[in-house]
Design a protein around this ligand. Structure first.
Ligand code: ZN
Length: 556
C-alpha cells in the first residue's frame, strides 16, 4: 500500500518538476547560447569572485592509517548529503543542471560555478533573486508543493499529520491533497547508501564512541528517529568527528519546519578543546543573571555542554552552500538539549582563514584608523565561541497561553533571524559579564567592540535575505539608532564605553520576544531594524572589491 502510494507520489512529484521546468526549458531550447547568457547578470563573474577560493586543510598525518580510512568513508557519506540537499533546495535541479552543462564559454563557467555555490539559480546574497532563468525562488524551497494555496498554507501552519515534522517532505497525493512523506521514504536510495557507508566506517574505527554513533545514525537515516543518535553524538570522544543528517531549518523560508541535509567531517584538537571546556561551568551562572525576570530563565537545560575545537576536513550540503560555517551548536532537538545540553563545535581552520582573508581587510576599509589596534583574532574567536554558547542560554521550551510549546514553533519563519541576533548580541554580553571574574583583562572591552563592529559588516555582506545576515543588520541598525555606532567621513566608530550597556538592552529585548513566543514583536524588530539602512548600504558599497567569503577547496 505504502509502496504503491510512493510510486504515485514520485510520479506526481516528477510531473510537477517537469511543469516548472518546461517554462525554463522551452525558453532555453528555442534560444541561442548568446541569448541565454544575455539573461545572466553582467556582473556574474564579480558575484562569483566575492567567494575567494581558499584551501582548507586539516592534518590527518597524526591519525593511524585505520582512522584515515574511516575519514575517507565519512567523506563519501558526506558527499551524498550534498545530493540530498540540492533536491531539498532546488525544485527541478536535475534539468537545470543538464541545461547548464550544455553551455560553453567563460561566462557559462561562471554561471555553473555560481549555481553550485548557491545550490540553485537563486542568489543567496540578494534575497534569492534569480541570476539565471526567470523562475522565482519558492519560499518553501522544494520542501512543499510549488502551488500551495493560502488555505493549504493555513492547514500546514496548524501542523499535525507530520506537516510540521522536521523530517518530512510535503507532497500531493493522487487526489491532490497534501501528504507528509518521511525523508526515509523520499530519500530512500541516498540514505540507504549513506547508512551503509556509516556502518562500514563503524566497523573500521577503533573508537567505540564513534562506532556506536555511526551505527545509530545509520539506523536513524532509515527510521527518521534521530533522538538516540543525537544523544550518542553528544557522547562522542574521538579524534575523528562527524556531524551528518537533516539538521538546520534555515532553508525552509515558508515555515522553518524542515531540516536540510548537511555534513561536517572534522578532526579534533584535544588540547584546545580542554582549554575551552572551563567556560562551560559558567553557563548556569550566566543563565541566572540574564537580564529578564526569573520566571523566564531556563535552568533545566543540560549542564553537559562540551566544546570542541576542530579542523574541518570536508563539508557538504546546507553548510557547503554560499557562506561557510565557522562554528555550530547542536543538536537542535530540545529534548536532547534538556537531557544532555548541546555541543559547540568551533571550526578553527575556517575561522583563521576568515580572520585573515575577510575580516582584516574589512576593518582596514571601514573602521576609523585610531580604533584599528582593537582588532584581534582572539576576540573574533571568543565572540564566535560565545555566540555558540549563547544558543544554549535563554528560553527554549516555553509556556504560551497555558500550553507547552517551543520558541522555534512560535516564531516560525522569523525564528532563525531572531535566534541568531540573540546569540550574536549575547556573545558580547557574556564576555563582558565574565571579565570581572578574571577570565579576560580589561583590553577585552576595546577589542570586543572593534572586532564585533568589523564582524557585523562581514556578516551583513552575506545578504539580509539570510538569517545570519539579517540578524547582523538588526544589531547594526539598533546600535546606529542609539549612536553607539557613528559615521565619520565614510568610516565607522564604535563607542567603546557605551557598547556594553546598549548590547544588554538589545539582549533583553530579544530574550523577552523569545520568552513570550511573541511573533508580532519579532516581526516588528525585523521590520524596524532588519533592513538596509543608508549607513549600512554605504558601507557595503565601500567593501565591493573585497571577497565576502571563502570558497573552500578541500584537499581530500
Ligand atoms: Zn548561530
Amino acid at each position: 500500500m505504502k509502496e504503491n502510494g510512493m510510486i504515485t507520489l514520485r510520479r506526481i512529484a516528477t510531473l510537477a518538476m517537469a511543469c516548472l521546468l518546461s517554462v525554463m526549458l522551452m525558453t532555453a531550447c528555442s534560444m541561442q547560447e548568446d541569448d541565454i547568457l544575455s539573461g545572466v547578470p553582467a556582473d556574474i563573474e564579480t558575484r562569483l569572485a566575492v567567494y575567494t577560493p581558499t584551501e582548507i586543510k586539516a592534518d590527518l598525518s597524526t591519525l593511524p592509517q585505520q582512522e584515515q580510512d574511516v575519514v575517507a568513508k565519512l567523506v563519501e557519506a558526506a558527499a551524498i548529503m550534498h545530493e540530498l540537499f540540492i533536491e531539498q533546495a532546488c525544485p527541478g535541479h536535475e534539468k537545470m543542471q543538464t541545461v547548464l552543462a550544455g553551455y560553453k564559454g567563460k561566462q557559462a563557467e561562471a554561471v555553473r560555478a555560481y549555481f553550485n555555490i548557491n545550490a540553485g539559480p537563486w542568489d543567496r546574497r540578494f534575497h534569492f533573486e534569480s541570476f539565471w532563468g526567470d523562475v522565482p525562488h519558492p519560499d518553501g524551497a522544494n520542501f512543499y508543493p510549488l502551488d500551495l494555496t493560502d488555505a493549504e498554507k493555513a492547514i500546514l501552519e496548524e501542523g499535525g499529520h507530520g506537516y510540521d515534522s522536521l523530517y518530512t517532505m510535503i507532497r500531493r497525493d493522487e487526489n491532490g491533497g497534501l501528504i507528509a512523506v518521511p525523508y526515509s521514504e523520499y530519500f530512500k536510495d541516498g540514505l540507504t547508501e549513506a547508512a551503509d557507508l556509516l556502518r562500514e566506517a563503524a566497523d573500521l574505527t577503533a573508537n567505540a564512541s564513534l562506532s556506536a554513533y555511526l551505527k545509530a545514525r545509520a539506523d536513524a537515516f532509515l527510521s527518521d528517529d534521530y533522538y538516540e543518535s543525537d544523544l550518542l553524538w553528544m557522547d562522542l570522544d574521538s579524534a575523528v568527528d562527524l556531524t551528518i543528517g537533516p539538521i538546520e531549518t534555515y532553508e525552509d523560508g515558508l515555515f522553518g519546519y524542515k531540516a536540510a541535509f548537511e555534513a561536517f567531517v572534522t578532526v579534533t584538537d584535544p588540547v584546545e578543546s580542554e582549554r575551552l571546556d572551563k567556560f562551560k561551568g559558567e553557563l548556569p551562572w550566566l543563565e541566572s543573571v540574564l537580564p529578564i525576570p526569573d520566571e523566564h530563565k531556563n535552568m533545566n537545560r543540560g549542564s553537559e555542554s562540551p566544546i570542541r575545537v576542530v579542523d574541518e576536513v570536508f563539508t557538504a550540503g546546507d553548510t557547503r552552500t554560499a557562506v561557510q560555517t565557522i562554528a555550530f551548536n547542536l543538536p537542535n532537538d530540545e529534548k536532547v538539549r534538556e537531557a544532555k545540553g548541546s555541543k559547540k563545535v568551533m571550526l578553527r581552520n575556517v575561522m583563521n582563514a576568515k580572520f585573515n582573508r575577510i575580516l582584516t581587510p574589512i576593518a582596514e576599509t571601514l573602521i576609523v584608523p585610531d580604533q584599528l589596534d582593537g582588532l584581534a583574532a582572539e576576540s573574533f574567536f571568543l565572540h564566535t565561541l560565545w555566540h555558540e554558547m549563547s544558543h544554549g542560554l535563554g528560553p527554549g521550551r516555553i509556556v504560551k497561553d497555558g500550553e507547552q510549546t517551543e520558541v522555534r514553533l512560535e516564531l516560525k519563519d522569523l525564528y532563525s533571524t531572531i535566534e541568531e541576533a540573540k546569540a550574536d548580541a549575547m556573545a558580547s554580553w557574556d564576555i563582558f559579564k565574565l571579565q570581572p571574574k578574571g577570565y579576560f583583562d580589561e583590553t577585552i572591552y576595546r577589542q570586543q567592540a572593534v572586532t564585533y563592529l568589523a564582524g557585523l559588516f562581514r556578516s551583513v555582506r552575506f545578504g539580509i535575505g539570510e538569517a545570519h545576515g539579517q540578524a547582523n543588520a538588526i544589531q547594526f541598525n539598533y546600535l546606529l539608532n542609539r549612536n553607539v555606532i557613528t559615521v565619520e567621513d565614510g568610516l565607522f566608530r564604535i563607542d567603546v564605553e557605551a557598547f556594553p550597556g546598549a548590547i544588554e538592552s538589545l539582549v533583553q529585548e530579544i530574550l523577552m520576544i523569545e520568552a513570550e513566543g511573541d511573533y508580532a514583536a519579532a516581526a516588528e524588530m525585523v521590520e524596524v531594524y532588519g533592513g538596509m539602512s543608508d549607513a549600512l548600504g554605504a558601507a557595503l558599497v565601500a567593501l565591493e572589491d573585497l571577497p565576502v567569503d571563502l570558497l573552500p577547496q578541500f584537499s581530500i
